[in-house]
Design a protein around this ligand. Structure first.
Ligand code: SIN
Length: 358
């Protein structure tokens, strides 16, 4: 009895210590007046608008170089859930190293019994191969990650958290990262539409974004930089995997629209036109302003987001500036549908040909 009392007291102390991480938690800054007006989304043809100012939270007092314990990680993951999947860690050490960035991701990954996922196509940095460095040269014609996606949805075990550090940040309010809550977007569908898509599955393909032969995809964006290098072996380009169109978040149980114009090729069992119509509708729905928020970049900032509840894209509204961000992704699980069924470990096909906007 006494031992249990001591154990729960220790757990409370530990939780109290972890709660220090949340000190100063604040809504995201939204420098609306500094954002260029009238930027057109290539996919929807509409002006980019984001009006969900409650999505995301800033944590200004979390030094990512510290030795986080399990409770600390849980505190951060819970805060991320509470914020709809986005945490912005401001006030990081200006000299935060790439190794320290990777180490934080490894600690978060270990707390979920998983690992970091080096990018399957990009070779990563020479001194930190786990880091995908996303470079936009000034005046680049095509931009990596400019279309909506959830990181690594083409893997059997897809991305859980991504952790992005601004290395060469743009001026405040331009070249933001745009997020949409795919959970709010699912909730925003009519019951009839929810029922219609609940048991559908769709193939996701790395080859769509990273395969050759298309001038507008991420491969073309990588080739246009001087520094983004490809891996020598990229078996991921050969196989596409099946994922539920509506996935269930393993922590919160919330349902999410899990398709993207960057990686999804088609809905299984449908004719091309049928699949295209439904996917197009879902892409436009996810991009609706009420589900979206913009994360603006300030120096010494790291953003962590949950790919299981969000879709995102890098906005390119100031193409004359060079911009460099560095990402580490954490491996999640095989996405699950509302019946608890997973497909990606067993359902694979030969990769579809590349081409983003067909
Ligand atoms: C990404 O797609 O992970 C990067 C988003 C960005 O460039 O803002």
């Amino acid at each position: 009895m006494r031992v249990r009392g001591i154990a729960s007291a220790l757990a409370r102390v530990s939780q109290n210590c972890s709660s220090r991480l949340l000190e100063g938690r604040a809504p995201l800054i939204q420098p609306h007046s500094q954002r260029p007006a009238g930027v057109i989304d290539e996919l929807t043809g509409k002006v980019v608008r984001a009006t969900n100012d409650t999505l995301g939270a800033e944590l200004p007092n979390v030094d990512l170089r510290q030795d986080f314990n399990f409770e600390d990680c849980e505190t951060l993951k819970q805060a991320c859930d509470d914020a709809g999947g986005i945490l912005v860690f401001t006030n990081q050490a200006p000299d935060l190293t790439v190794q320290e960035h990777v180490e934080f991701a490894k600690i978060m990954a270990a707390s979920d019994d998983t690992c970091v996922e080096p990018h399957a196509v990009s070779a990563g940095l020479p001194d930190a191969p786990e880091i995908l460095e996303i470079v936009r040269e000034a005046n680049a014609g095509v931009v990596f990650g400019e279309n909506w996606h959830s990181d690594n949805s083409f893997h059997e075990r897809t991305g859980s958290y991504s952790i992005l550090r601004g290395a060469e940040v743009p001026r405040l309010g331009v070249n933001d990262t745009l997020f949409s809550s795919t959970e709010d977007a699912y909730d925003g569908l009519s019951q009839t539409m929810q029922n219609l898509i609940l048991d559908l599955n769709a193939y996701h393909s790395a080859n769509r974004a990273y395969g050759g032969g298309h001038s507008g995809n991420s491969r073309a964006a990588m080739e246009a930089t001087g520094t983004m290098r490809f891996r020598d072996h990229m078996p991921i380009l050969e196989t596409d995997v099946l994922q539920p169109v509506v996935s269930v978040h393993p922590r919160t149980g919330r349902r999410s629209i899990y398709v993207s114009p960057t990686f999804t090729t088609h809905i299984d069992g449908m004719q091309k036109e049928e699949s295209n119509s439904i996917l197009k509708f879902l892409y436009h729905h996810v991009a609706r302003p009420e589900f979206c928020t913009r994360v603006s970049w300030v120096p010494n900032q790291v953003v962590m987001w949950d790919n299981r509840s969000l879709s995102h894209k890098g906005i390119a509204d100031e193409v004359h500036e060079r911009r460099v961000v560095q990402r580490v992704s954490i491996r999640g699980t095989s996405p699950m549908n509302h019946k608890g069924i997973q497909y990606s470990l067993t359902h694979k096909v030969v990769a579809a040909q590349a081409g983003l906007f067909d």
